[in-house]
Design a binder for this molecule. Structure first.
Ligand code: SAH
Ligand code: SF4
Ligand code: F3S
Length: 456
């Protein structure tokens, strides 16, 4: 194994699971002498960790590859540049990528990052062979191990991969494969190692995280697989871990035990991402979401009952095939009723190979644009109102780094809001009480009241 220093540039697109995977790719490559840089210029290895969720996301990869071509030519005389495409576009398009963009040396799917060293060696020998998009998710986690290089106080931990839901708009079941959960012991091992490195907050990740059903910890196998509520309570016992979050959940998989975890586990933050996509039952059915708007509202009401300080975030799609003005109005109505702290919203994008792309009643782009603007205006209002409602409250803030102004620190509230406050640098990495004095759409500011021991 060669250990001469080489420069590695990774660009990450898409969801948090890709962020996690990019970190794990760095971990795999460090022993080979790769060091991260923040520019592709002069890098020995460039990895684009891609997203296929919407057309724009997938197309970005090809424009980035176009920009990389001259950099690769410049580097030819000094050792060369290897270009890898990883992630969900790699999984979806495979070898086609190399045909369309010959600048690419290797293609690696989301389940085979542990094989990167072999693939790089192969790419250096013969380009055509360097393709690996198998689904071997168990092997991936077994081989990645727990030794992660982490910075800061918050980390992602993938606990579940894949999706069996097959929403008719979505590529994830095709790019990430079938639902699979990591065993509890393996997850706990990774979280313990993170806590020992100073991590205070973990976000458990999965494309369908609340479908989690991981093998019970050793000695408790007879219990059968554990659900996410059990996993959260178990992680709350790990010394050093003060805050727990998880994302992304599906309304269909909200069981009572998970709802109860919000009530009985103070370290589980009172901020919950539960995408619904539409407020119209007709559209939910066409999307194959397998629930109605009323079921979603009942779940939200139940969560608010058991955890009154809980705030909700979500995802919405406008302009799914067949969406009429009345269907869109049902979405607006649901948004008014839920009153989101934050919500992502997207125009429906036709994805190759999904049932939605073949539906005949596609919505006009201009109509999608108008609906998105109306929805976003309402969501912005709700987000500003939510942030403003924090003024006068005292929130526990996990301080992460120095702020923009001298003497200021930057941290996060339980609701993931950015908080700025004057505070001594020794509070970095700790949770302290801040009385909120100012709020904008994206951030809060406040006055330090004192250190705090508990989570929320
Ligand atoms: N597993 C999550 C979502 C993963 S994708 C869930 O079930 O909610 C993240 C978000 O992208 C989705 O919630 C959806 O709002 C959006 N999205 C997915 N496919 C899309 C498409 N074809 N067009 C527009 N938005 C899409
Ligand atoms: Fe996509 Fe639906 Fe699976 Fe979420 S639940 S990843 S939206 S298919
Ligand atoms: Fe994108 Fe793949 Fe995540 S398609 S949203 S990177 S699972």
């Amino acid at each position: 194994m060669s250990t001469t220093r080489k420069r590695l540039f990774i660009k990450t697109y898409g969801c948090q699971m890709n962020v996690y995977d990019s970190e794990r790719m760095k971990d795999v490559l460090t022993p080979l002498g790769y060091e991260s840089t923040d520019t592709p210029d002069g890098a020995d290895l460039v990895i684009l960790n891609t997203c296929h969720i919407r057309e724009k996301a997938a197309e970005k990869v090809y424009s980035e590859l176009g920009r990389l071509r001259p950099l690769k030519e410049d580097k030819a005389a000094s050792g060369g540049m290897t270009i890898a495409v990883a992630g969900c576009v790699a999984q979806a398009e495979g070898a086609e990528i190399m045909k369309r963009a010959p600048v690419v040396d290797l293609v690696v799917g989301p389940q085979t990052y542990h094989k990167l060293p072999e693939l790089i060696a192969k790419a250096h020998r013969a380009k055509g062979e360097a393709l690996d998009t198998e689904f071997e998710v168990e092997d991936k986690f077994d081989r990645l191990g727990n030794d992660r290089q982490v910075e800061g106080y918050s980390a992602f931990v993938t606990v579940q991969e894949g999706c069996d839901k097959f929403c008719t708009f979505c590529v994830v079941p095709y790019t990430r494969g079938a639902e699979w959960s990591r065993p509890v012991d393996q997850i706990v091992g990774e979280v313990r190692a993170l806590a020992a490195k100073g991590i205070r907050e973990v976000t458990l990740l999965g494309q369908n995280v609340n479908a989690f059903h991981g093998a019970a910890p050793s000695g408790r196998e007879a219990d059968g697989p554990w659900g996410l509520g059990q996993l959260v309570r178990h992680i709350a016992l790990i010394g050093g871990i003060e805050r727990i979050r998880f994302t992304t959940s599906h309304p269909r998989d909200m069981d009572e035990d998970l709802i109860q975890a919000f009530a009985d586990t103070p370290k589980l933050m009172p901020y919950f991402h539960l995408p619904v996509q539409s407020g119209s039952d007709k559209i939910l059915k066409a999307m194959n979401r397998q629930h109605e708007a009323a079921d979603y509202l009942t779940t939200i009401a139940r969560l608010r009952e058991v955890r009154p300080d809980i705030a909700i975030s979500g995802d919405m799609i406008v302009g799914f095939p067949g969406e009429t003005d009345a269907d869109f109005e049902a979405t607006m109505e649901l948004v008014r009723e839920v009153n989101y702290a934050s919500c992502f919203s997207f125009k429906y994008s036709k994805r190759p190979g999904t049932p939605g792309a073949a539906m005949f009643n596609q919505v006009d782009e201009a109509v999608k644009g108008e609906r998105l603007a109306a929805l976003q205006a309402l969501l912005d209002e709700q987000q500003i109102a939510f942030n403003t409602s924090m003024i006068g409250k005292t929130l526990p803030v996990l301080f992460e780094k120095p702020g923009r102004l001298e003497g200021q620190l930057h941290g996060r509230s339980p609701y993931l809001q950015s908080v700025h406050a004057h505070a001594p640098a020794e509070l970095i990495g700790q949770i302290a009480e801040v009385e909120i004095e100012g709020a904008s759409r994206n951030a809060l500011s406040g006055r330090l009241i004192g250190p705090k021991r508990s989570a929320a």
